[in-house]
Design a protein around this ligand. Structure first.
Ligand code: ADP
Length: 381
């Protein structure tokens, strides 16, 4: 197969696209990106960058017309245009049908239910007053978690309602309401599939969240869970990608409950923050694996070569403006600290500006270094 004859189009030009481009430059593929500004992370480094809005029908359709394969680095794309492109014989990965399910938390939950995928109990509500009514009628009990069906990300669109006083936090949108899960650990698994049906998982990672911004603070690889638990999570992830018939990556976020049950929280059909460590710590990175999956190449070996910790470099609270990074020198003095800056011109509170991956033979030492990086590398103006 001459992969270089295939023209690939990627919708979105943020950091995930930028790292995808960095990963596959070595293969000299014919890859093109579309997003709204050349000043975005991909536009700054990739010559094949077209200006357009990935949520707009015409922009997506026209971008896809001369491509053989179309993929995404963000889910909020125009699905109708992708459907049309698929009808024209283009390969669209992930498929518009899978995207439609994943982009709606209500459909996602129904999909889990009808495929016997373990997830927390849920109910679907049209609006806030339906929820209030269900509470009055005794059909819905505290505590619960409300999630907007569409448009939520990084914890925006999630409300934890523990009692009557929290009702002011209810979101006014169509939503799902699910049990508040007693979470012991949050883990993530990235799984890939190609058109030939080959499936490969990366080892589970453990995610620790920043409370205020609800963004991943530290990610530990491997996750400190039993072999049996890891095998079960892998099995669930494989089942998900095969049932959804997704080519490329599927990132699966799971909860391990206090009583050691595994529940799927949510999924994303693309490269993911929980797989950034794979760039330095695994044989194949998640970004290369996604390209392998969508182009029907043989999937890469996923072995974790070293324990790793990933830390997101976020914009400081209350700071906005033209970005600077302080402390790069002290961090680079340490061995095996890998810094990535995404090329965003402006920092904003808690904006993802970059990340660092620290690898070490000992996960504990990597954790110490990661703490040092978090304390010493500051996103400033
Ligand atoms: P988003 O799509 O915005 O990332 P998530 O569904 O991942 O939203 O929720 C964000 C975070 O909220 C999760 O990582 C978890 O810490 C917490 N959370 C979500 N759902 C539940 C739940 N049912 N029970 C307890 N905590 C939850």
């Amino acid at each position: 197969m001459n992969y270089r004859q295939l023209k690939v189009g990627v919708l979105g030009g943020g950091q995930l696209g930028r790292m995808m481009y960095e990963a596959i430059i070595k293969w000299d593929l014919d890859i093109h990106f579309m997003d709204q500004s050349k000043d975005f992370p991909v536009g700054k480094i990739c010559p094949n960058f077209q200006i357009g809005d990935f949520s707009n029908y015409d922009d997506v359709y026209n971008f896809g017309l001369d491509k053989d394969i179309i993929t995404i680095e963000i889910e909020a794309v125009n699905i109708e245009a992708l459907k049309q492109l698929e009808k024209l014989g283009k390969k669209v990965h992930p498929s518009p049908d899978a995207l439609k399910i994943i982009n709606d938390k209500g459909l996602q939950k129904m999909f889990y239910e009808s495929n016997q995928i373990p997830t927390s109990n849920f109910q679907i509500f049209k609006n806030e007053s339906e929820i209030l009514h269900a509470i009055e009628e005794g059909e819905l009990k505290f505590p619960f978690v409300q999630k907007s069906r569409t448009g939520g990300y990084d914890g925006k669109g999630v409300a934890v309602i523990k009692n009557q006083n929290d009702l002011s936090k209810l979101l006014p949108t169509a939503s799902i309401v699910e049990d508040l899960v007693p979470i012991k650990k949050e883990i993530g698994i990235i799984v890939a599939q190609n058109e030939a049906g080959q499936i490969a998982t990366f080892d589970p990672v453990e995610m620790v969240f920043e409370q205020e911004a609800n963004l991943v603070d530290f990610l530990f690889a491997p996750a400190a869970i039993s072999k049996e638990m890891a095998a079960e999570a892998e099995l669930i992830s494989k089942l998900l990608i095969s049932k959804l018939a997704i080519c490329g990556l599927l990132a699966v976020e799971l909860f391990i409950t206090e009583d050691d049950k595994i529940l799927v929280n949510e999924i994303a059909p693309r490269t993911h923050n929980s797989g950034h460590h794979t760039i330095e710590a695994c044989v194949t990175s998640q970004f290369e694996q996604h390209i392998r999956g969508i182009m029907n190449m043989p999937l890469g070996e996923t072995t974790l070569l070293h324990p790793a910790v990933m830390v997101n470099l976020l914009g400081s609270a209350n700071v906005s403006g033209s970005v600077n990074y302080d402390g790069m020198d002290t961090c680079l003095e340490k061995n095996n600290v890998h810094l990535h800056f995404y090329g965003k011109s402006e920092t904003k509170p808690f904006r993802k500006m970059g990340h660092a991956t620290i690898i070490d033979d000992s996960l504990d030492r990597a954790k110490e270094k990661a703490k040092f990086v978090k304390e010493n590398l500051k996103v400033t103006i």
